[in-house]
Design a protein around this ligand. Structure first.
Ligand SMILES: Nc1ncnc2c1ncn2[C@@H]1O[C@H](COP(=O)(O)OP(=O)(O)O)[C@@H](O)[C@H]1O
Ligand SMILES: [Mg+2]
Length: 230
């Protein structure tokens, strides 16, 4: 099967003061369409760093990240610029952060439809799709609520809907249940499984939760900068 993403020999280090931290060492793996992959590893192992590199939010030291689109074209990140990464991300990548990162001055519906407006989708079309997604994630009844008026679980549902707004090739989620109690965390994982079935999206979910790992199709573990499949 053709992968949607290949990662080849990716390395990344940080220098903080006199410390040199090698976060990723020669990391290679692929993601395939329609799978949920759990990215596990202890706190500080490099999960967020890897997701940021994949989303083009930060440059690697070396290595290649290539996306393969259904249209038959591909996007090789090492050939792009920050601007081209941003344009690619807007169309093809959904990102869910641990702390939802919703815009506090906009209500749930507006948060979800904004990514489509930025791509030039007409407001009425964007509104309709955003409402459908809010329904799909189970918070349509909170559409006019502002983030501060939502519970943590509801905020993450809105963040998931927002990540899905432009029907991305892949959704990267960085500890999406990290701030939720067990019950709400389970609900978000069940929701991601539903979304995978209904929308045929691909998810890479960083987490140190056993629960997410148990419900993934595949598990990638980061340890000492090395990523291996469990
Ligand atoms: N901008 C940065 N500057 C220096 N060190 C960083 C930076 N970002 C992350 N790190 C370090 O890289 C390591 C991996 O961090 P991170 O990817 O956030 O881990 P995880 O998400 O698995 O908890 C940690 O040791 C962290 O302190
Ligand atoms: Mg992290």
């Amino acid at each position: 099967m053709q992968p949607i993403l290949t990662v080849e020999h990716l390395s990344k280090s940080f220098t903080a003061g006199t410390d040199h931290i090698q976060v990723l060492r020669d990391v290679s793996f692929s993601l395939f369409p329609g799978e949920i992959v759990a990215l596990i590893g202890e706190s500080g192992a490099g999960k967020s760093t890897l997701l940021h590199l994949l989303a083009g939010l930060e440059p690697p030291d070396s290595g290649r990240i290539t996306f393969f689109l259904p249209s038959g074209t591909s996007y090789a990140m090492e050939q792009g610029t920050e601007d081209s990464h941003a344009a690619f991300r807007a169309r093809n990548i959904g990102f869910v952060f641990q702390y939802h990162h919703l815009l506090t001055d906009f209500n749930a519906l507006e948060n979800v439809l904004l990514p489509a407006l930025l791509l030039g989708t007409p407001l009425a079309t964007a509104q309709q799709r955003a409402m459908e997604l809010l329904e799909l994630v189970g918070v349509a009844h909170r559409a006019r609520h502002f983030p501060m008026q939502l519970s943590g679980g509801e905020q993450q549902r809105v963040a998931l809907a927002r990540a899905l707004m432009n029907t991305p090739l892949v959704v990267f989620a960085d500890e999406p249940t990290g701030n939720l109690d067990h019950e709400n965390a389970e609900k978000i994982v069940a929701l991601i499984q539903d979304l995978k079935q209904q929308l045929k999206r691909t998810f890479l979910i960083a987490s140190h939760s056993q629960f997410i790992a148990q419900h993934a199709d595949r598990i990638l573990q980061i340890h000492d900068g090395i990523v291996e499949e469990l």
